[in-house]
Design a protein around this ligand. Structure first.
Ligand SMILES: Nc1ncnc2c1ncn2[C@@H]1O[C@H](COP(=O)(O)OP(=O)(O)OP(=O)(O)O)[C@@H](O)[C@H]1O
Ligand SMILES: [Mg+2]
Length: 150
């Protein structure tokens, strides 16, 4: 597990940009933490670094938003999905295992559909507090990839 600290929105975006450098097609990254922790801010740092000319916002109604970046990214927010069934009927599990890098906020309802190899991120802190960001690689492949993460 890697632990990072962020004192501002900008610092969290810089961490997102650093992560963007190691992301590849088909990767799954989960983002956990309370409302207002900074999950979407981190996603914004990632998609901007990958060349998006729009900011990441919460994909409120659509639940998923695709960015035509390189590699392509889909930002998903399962906040309002209560269980596996809702996760599936919303079409969320079809993105997992697809071509895009999947960045999934509030992954709980989709746990069963997540690949064995993935990166789990947890952000602690809210409001003006400093954030602690935990990056937990799951599976051998991600463990190796995170070894070079600065
Ligand atoms: N160190 C920090 N890192 C990230 N965001 C911060 C930080 N300090 C303050 N903020 C503020 O916290 C808020 C984080 O909002 P954001 O939408 O990213 O949260 P979220 O985790 O996606 O919440 P939700 O679960 O509601 O989608 C922003 O308003 C941001 O400016
Ligand atoms: Mg969010």
């Amino acid at each position: 597990m890697i632990e990072r600290h962020s004192a501002s929105r900008a610092e969290t975006e810089i961490l997102g940009a650093a992560l963007a450098r190691i992301l590849r097609r088909g990767d799954v990254v989960t983002l956990s933490g309370a409302m207002g922790a900074g999950k979407t801010v981190l996603v914004n740092g990632i998609v901007r670094a990958l060349g998006s000319d729009e900011d990441a916002a919460s994909p409120t109604f659509a639940l998923a938003h695709e960015y035509p970046t390189d590699p392509p990214v889909v930002h998903m927010d399962a906040c309002r999905l209560e269980n596996e069934k809702e996760f599936q009927s919303a079409g969320m599990e079809e993105y997992l295992g697809g071509e895009a890098v999947c960045l999934l906020e509030w992954p709980d309802a989709g746990i069963r559909f997540l690949p064995d190899s993935r990166l789990d991120i947890l952000i602690r802190g809210c409001g003006d507090e400093e954030r602690t960001i935990y990056l937990r690689p799951v599976g051998n492949d991600w463990e190796m990839r995170m070894e070079d993460f600065e």
